[in-house]
Design a protein around this ligand. Structure first.
Ligand SMILES: C[S@@+](CC[C@H](N)C(=O)[O-])C[C@H]1O[C@@H](n2cnc3c(N)ncnc32)[C@H](O)[C@@H]1O
Length: 250
């Protein structure tokens, strides 16, 4: 289950890529906008204030996240739904840090392209190959107990190459810009990277284990993390984080 408080622990670092993505959206009149995987609605609300569309939809599958969102702005239509099942057409289709949770990106992106009237703006972490994710899979595969209970949480990397996304957009839009940024994030706390991952990649793992098993799992995983991401002088931990950005104009 998504926990808005855990996710918000690193809100500055999580907000920055969204703001950088929004800053690259062309300043045109959008009558309708949808934010796929809107989470707690903070970024949806920023889009709403900046572009003032007639219709704004924030879509997410998590009740806990949507409860936070609803309390932010009641003029926005908050929909509980799976991103795979969204329908309709929108002038701007936006998604920040959510599509990496879905598989079959070729199908998904073709649907997004066909449902967008004017602009598509997407940002996704590109971190399946990063130590935080590799060590998570290693912790699962090393222990037969976890391996059995967590096999369904282990996914193939759904994020395609930047070149493949370019190919998907190229013949269907008039403008496409795709880029990647690796943020060298200095994050605070004794178990900083573990606390970060608890807000995202550990969500399905927590859901699948008893509390005792989860605590044991995170202890083993955290020991591995601390070797790869050491604290500097018992202070910050550097946590490099690659993200792919896309802006397409129809
Ligand atoms: C990392 S959060 C990002 C939230 C928000 N976009 C932001 O940038 O703060 C990912 C969000 O995607 C949602 N999500 C993941 N898979 C989803 C799916 N298949 N359908 C709808 N929402 C999904 C989660 O519930 C979560 O709120």
């Amino acid at each position: 289950m998504w926990n808005p408080e855990q996710y918000a622990k690193f809100s500055n670092e999580r907000l920055r890529p969204a703001i950088e993505l929004i800053s690259r959206i062309p300043n045109i009149n959008f009558k309708s906008i949808i934010d796929l995987g809107c989470g707690n609605g903070e970024i949806t609300n920023k889009l709403y204030e900046q572009f003032q569309p007639k219709s704004m939809v924030g879509l997410d599958s998590s009740n806990a996240m949507l409860e936070k969102a609803i309390s932010l702005n009641s003029d926005i239509n908050w929909h509980r739904n799976n991103i795979n099942d969204f329908t309709g057409s929108y002038d701007l289709i936006f998604s920040n840090a959510a599509l990496q949770w879905l598989d079959e990106h070729e199908l998904l992106f073709n649907k997004i392209i066909s449902c967008a009237n004017k602009v598509i703006a997407i940002q996704m972490p590109n971190n399946f190959h990063c130590p935080s994710h590799v060590l998570l899979r290693e912790t699962i595969s090393e222990n037969p107990n976890y391996n059995k209970k967590l096999a369904h949480t282990v996914r193939e990397n759904p994020v395609l190459s930047k070149e493949k996304y370019y190919e998907l957009f190229y013949s269907k839009v008039s403008y496409i810009d795709i880029w990647e940024t690796i943020y060298l994030q200095p994050i605070n706390g004794e178990n900083a990277v573990l606390e970060w991952v608890k807000g995202t990649a550990l969500v399905p793992i927590k859901d699948a284990l008893s509390l005792d098993d989860f605590n044991e799992f995170t202890m083993i995983y955290n020991a591995k993390l601390k070797k790869v991401y050491p604290q500097i002088n018992n202070s910050v931990t550097l946590f490099p984080f690659p993200r792919i950005f896309m802006i397409a104009v129809k």
